[in-house]
Design a protein around this ligand. Sequence first.
Ligand SMILES: NC(=O)c1ccc[n+]([C@@H]2O[C@H](COP(=O)([O-])OP(=O)(O)OC[C@H]3O[C@@H](n4cnc5c(N)ncnc54)[C@H](OP(=O)(O)O)[C@@H]3O)[C@@H](O)[C@H]2O)c1
Length: 290
Amino acid sequence: MTSHHDTPAWHLTGAGNMGTLAAFYLRAAGFPVALARGDGRRKTLTFEDGRAPRTLDIPAAPATPIRHLVVACKAPWSAAALEGLSLAPDVTVLRLQNGLGSLDGLLPAGADLIEVVTTSAVKGRHPEHRVVAENDTWMGRATAGPAPAWFPALAAAWPGLEWAAPIRPRQWRKLVANAVINPLTGLHDVPNGRLLDDPDLAARAARLADEADTLLRALDPAWPGDSRAQVAAVMRATAGNTSSMRADMQRGAVTEIEAINGWLLRQADALGLDLPAHRAIVAAVRARQP
Ligand SMILES: NC(=O)c1ccc[n+]([C@@H]2O[C@H](COP(=O)([O-])OP(=O)(O)OC[C@H]3O[C@@H](n4cnc5c(N)ncnc54)[C@H](OP(=O)(O)O)[C@@H]3O)[C@@H](O)[C@H]2O)c1
């Protein structure tokens, strides 16, 4: 006999690329997965490594308060995605989104928020989703402490998944990489590696990295402040890639700038710090959005 704590029933909001990958691994771990709203959907998930494509049927949700929720919509749609959902007061939420703070004020006070940081990549469009890279994924709360009872089963099914609590160092690293690479590649419509090769873009990237370090050091004196080198390593490792913000801007879609550079600016404001390069690039991205 297993209790519901061992086999949580998950609801998914944002059944796009990342949400579909998460649903696939949750299902592989033996957990039921249903859509938080709307009709059931059939998905196809393909892999670059030669594994056979998988068909995944994600059914409509049973009408019960949600106790386990995956949020994998793009950050700007978070409020719309959560509106009207019946969340249990102690709902566990897996936030699978870039940026920070996109669920602030949207969850019950007793929610157990588990943040997900992933360097995996999935592309495509409903109903066909293509896993182009399976790298590392970390899950963890803001505070230190052990993983939930269901985590080992999920980690056994999800390649590269680790528990990391507190999650903040991983999140901040990923945030800085996104804050430097995404808006520059989006505005200039270039692949990530161009930020290493083009001297003007490289100088702008360095300024964004330095300003991020200034802020993060003000928030936490233990922050290593080596963002230039860390971000350059990401640019090298993903030189041929199109960032998600470049892809959003090419499609004329709203970007996640408010959850990425916007988060840095809100923190800086609260401390009375100015981040002129981030301020300017947020304004430039906003001016280009619908
Ligand atoms: N894809 C990746 O490789 C990757 C890697 C790292 C992090 N992430 C992060 O994961 C999150 C999801 O990205 P994704 O690539 O999976 O995006 P995606 O494929 O575009 O899927 C996002 C989903 O959001 C929902 N959505 C879109 N427009 C909406 C609207 N107007 N109102 C309400 N919901 C809307 C849709 O879900 P429904 O169809 O269910 O309505 C859509 O399928 C983002 O924060 C992204 O930065 C993605």
